[in-house]
Design a protein around this ligand. Structure first.
Ligand code: G3I
Length: 380
């Protein structure tokens, strides 16, 4: 079946509007879930994971849900937690410096609420997915502080009590900049120094004291020099935050994996998770997917290798009791960021088969691999 052309659909934005698209009462009427369990039929992955004390779900977008009812059905079956993939980024609800438009975000909150799903917010501070006006906003310390304060208070405050967790700062580390602290140079860092991270967490905690607050990062799972530098920088950052009493509750390991990559070391990943846990933090896998870039074109071989990669990674991560949440960055091959990424897409031009369901929402070997990993996982 051809993939429908969704490019005509634009985010519905009402510049300058501050009026909530959905009454706050309606948002709060959505069930406040127990954070684990109770979602999806017995056969779904969310229920399997909940049996082991792990919250399982997926990222989705409004465009995808409106384009394909089949996607809503598999999400309903498998996901106990929903992450709006675009709608809670600045580009998803900040049409102008003054304005907020929560139409798409509220759609996702309703989708989750009506199906008894938990919600995860992504992301309050990220150097990407910023709206065009951001570049002309004041970039000095006072201006940036005011911008962050208003943004986090408004967005985290709107959904307070509804979010299981928030990615407060996304991707703050980048050793390529060669700073001693390993931090990425972003407009936030340039204006406010490394303290922007503590500030964002404190603001998020004030706005939504019930949400688990997460530092989310990529490139943490492989035994490469680059990933070792990222792990060291993340650990140093978290250690400092804990010492300063910053309200951080979990590290998010994005886990954008590659089935063709060699040398995954389960012991190394487990050791890193234990180091994070020793700081008194939980560990979440927040954006799991597996590109088949670099593998030959034959589908059975690609699907088997992708499934093996999901299973090997999850078996290692789930062996650690600090691992409390697993979110996939997409459920079906019909919608994937990987075909648009020069690093993740296939060099032969074939669409990647990176997810648990094919483009027609039929489960692939990867679905069974994830189910097996949860069945084998120790309870926590
Ligand atoms: O919907 C518009 C469409 O109307 C327009 O014609 C088209 C033209 O480029 O763009 C479409 O929107 C794109 C959207 O994805 C939906 O496909 C945006 O340009 C594009 O920037 C957006 O990319 C997303 C990216 O984050 C930036 O927000 C990816 O889908 C999303 O998978 C990716 O997710 C990130 C996580 O947030 C953080 N970790 C890495 C992960 C993968 O890059």
């Amino acid at each position: 079946m051809p993939v429908p052309d969704l490019t005509a659909r634009k985010l519905v934005q009402r510049p300058g509007s501050r009026k909530p698209a959905l009454p706050r009462r309606a948002l709060l009427a959505a069930p406040l879930l127990p954070l684990l369990g109770g979602a999806g039929p017995a056969a779904g992955l969310g229920a399997l994971a909940a049996g082991k004390g792990v919250l399982f779900g997926t990222a989705l977008t409004r465009m995808e849900l409106e384009g394909s009812p089949g996607l809503g059905r598999i999400a309903e079956t498998d996901a106990a937690v929903i992450v709006p993939g675009l709608e809670l980024k600045w580009s998803g609800h900040r049409p102008s410096p003054e304005g907020f438009d929560f139409g798409d975000a509220d759609f996702m909150v309703r989708f989750a609420g009506e199906r008894g799903k938990a919600l995860r917010g992504h992301a309050l501070v990220w150097h990407e997915a910023l709206p065009p006006w951001f570049a002309s906003a004041p970039q000095d310390a006072a201006g940036m502080r005011a911008l962050l304060e208003r943004h986090i208070r408004t967005v985290a405050g709107r959904y307070a009590g509804r979010m299981q967790s928030w990615d407060v700062v996304n991707e703050p580390v980048e050793p390529w900049y060669r700073r001693a602290d390993g931090l990425r140079e972003t407009p936030f860092l340039r204006a406010l120094g490394p303290g922007y991270i503590d500030l964002a967490f404190r603001l998020a905690h004030e706005a939504d004291p019930a949400a688990r607050l997460v530092l989310n990062e990529y490139g943490l799972e492989m035994p490469t020099e680059d990933n070792a530098a990222r792990r060291a920088a993340v650990l140093a950052l978290l250690r400092g935050m804990r010492a300063r009493g910053v309200p951080v509750h979990a590290l998010g390991i994005q886990a954008h994996l590659s089935a063709a990559a060699r040398g995954f070391d389960a012991g190394l990943l487990r050791g890193f998770i234990r180091e994070v846990a020793a700081l008194g933090l939980e560990v979440y896998v927040t954006e799991l997917d597996v590109t088949d870039r670099g593998l030959p074109p034959e589908i059975p071989a690609r699907d088997a290798a992708v499934a093996r990669c999901y299973r090997t990674f999850l078996e290692a991560a789930l062996a650690e009791p600090a691992l409390r949440l697993v979110v996939l960055w997409g459920l079906s091959d019909r919608y994937t960021w990987m075909n648009d990424s020069p690093h993740a897409r296939r060099e032969d031009g074939l669409p990647v088969r990176a997810h648990l369901y094919d483009g027609n929402f039929r489960p692939k070997p990867a679905w069974h691999a994830v189910a097996d990993a949860f069945r084998a996982a120790p309870p926590r």
